[in-house]
Design a protein around this ligand. Structure first.
Ligand code: ADP
Ligand code: MG
Length: 245
């Protein structure tokens, strides 16, 4: 896979003061692949996603996306945004902007698209996530599930090569989880490369091409969902699955 992989994470180590949070993480994600990243709380999943998105620096190792060295380009947020889109647990929408402006802002300001083109991109993506009737509302006027779908559209507006999701449904009321997972499923089916941290094991089973299981800051086990769920090979994965399934 290494030749065609879109995302390369090689031996990434990160410390917060004396605490080793990532202890040599290596894995690759192929173009078009949907990977579910799972592991116990505190295993380093969010830290790893923030490294891949250049929001966090690290001590050693390398991350490249489509051949671009993320550490060397982390300060170029517009450039990173065109490589890596990220969706957070708590949506992180701009509260003072309309739904449409939340989505159109990146294309207009970072990609320097004319306003009309940026708006057209926004309308198209909001239709794709099922929110065409809500473009002029503000985030607080939407449900959590709707806000998260806006956040997905906003990330997509930068035309990223890979989308990262950090527990995108964890802050949602149960009845809103499905509408967000459905958008993610559609995205995966469309060929988007995705790395998803989620506790939704149904999504992992049915949508992911591969599961990467993290413990204590490194990859403990990786495999196809059918193998990972039916016969995990490490005691750590067996224990984790006994809690989440
Ligand atoms: P996960 O997302 O798997 O729950 P995190 O990446 O959030 O794990 O955290 C991994 C470890 O790093 C935890 O022990 C956490 O307390 C620590 N950590 C995360 N962010 C910080 C920070 N900004 N400063 C210090 N320690 C942190
Ligand atoms: Mg986390």
């Amino acid at each position: 896979m290494s030749g065609s992989a879109l995302v390369h994470v090689s031996d990434v180590c990160k410390r917060y003061r004396s605490q080793e949070v990532l202890t040599g993480v290596s894995f690759q994600v192929a173009r078009g692949e949907c990977v579910v990243l799972c592991g116990p709380s505190g295993s380093g999943k969010s830290t790893l996603l923030r490294c891949i998105n250049g929001l966090e620096d690290w001590n050693s190792g390398e991350v490249t996306v489509d051949g671009v060295d993320i550490a060397a380009n982390a300060h170029r947020r517009g450039h990173i945004g065109q490589l890596v889109g990220m969706v957070f647990q708590d949506f992180n929408l701009f509260p003072h902007l309309t739904v449409l402006d939340n989505v159109a802002l990146g294309p207009r300001v970072l990609l320097k698209e004319p306003s009309t083109k940026a708006s057209a991109i926004g309308h198209e993506l909001l239709e794709r996530v099922g929110l065409s009737g809500h473009t002029h509302k503000y985030p607080h006027e939407l449900s959590g599930g709707q806000q998260q779908r806006v956040a997905i559209a906003r990330a997509l507006a930068m035309r990223p090569k890979v989308m990262l999701f950090d527990e995108p449904t964890s802050a949602l009321d149960p009845e809103m989880v499905k509408e967000v997972l459905d958008v993610m499923r559609e995205l995966a089916a469309s060929g988007m490369t995705m790395i998803c941290v989620t506790h939704e094991m149904g999504f992992a089973r049915n949508v992911a091409d591969r599961v990467v299981f993290l413990t204590d800051g490194c990859v403990c086990e990786t495999g196809q969902p059918s193998d990972f769920f039916s016969c995990p090979t490490t005691p750590q994965a067996v224990k984790f699955l006994s809690h989440v399934l």
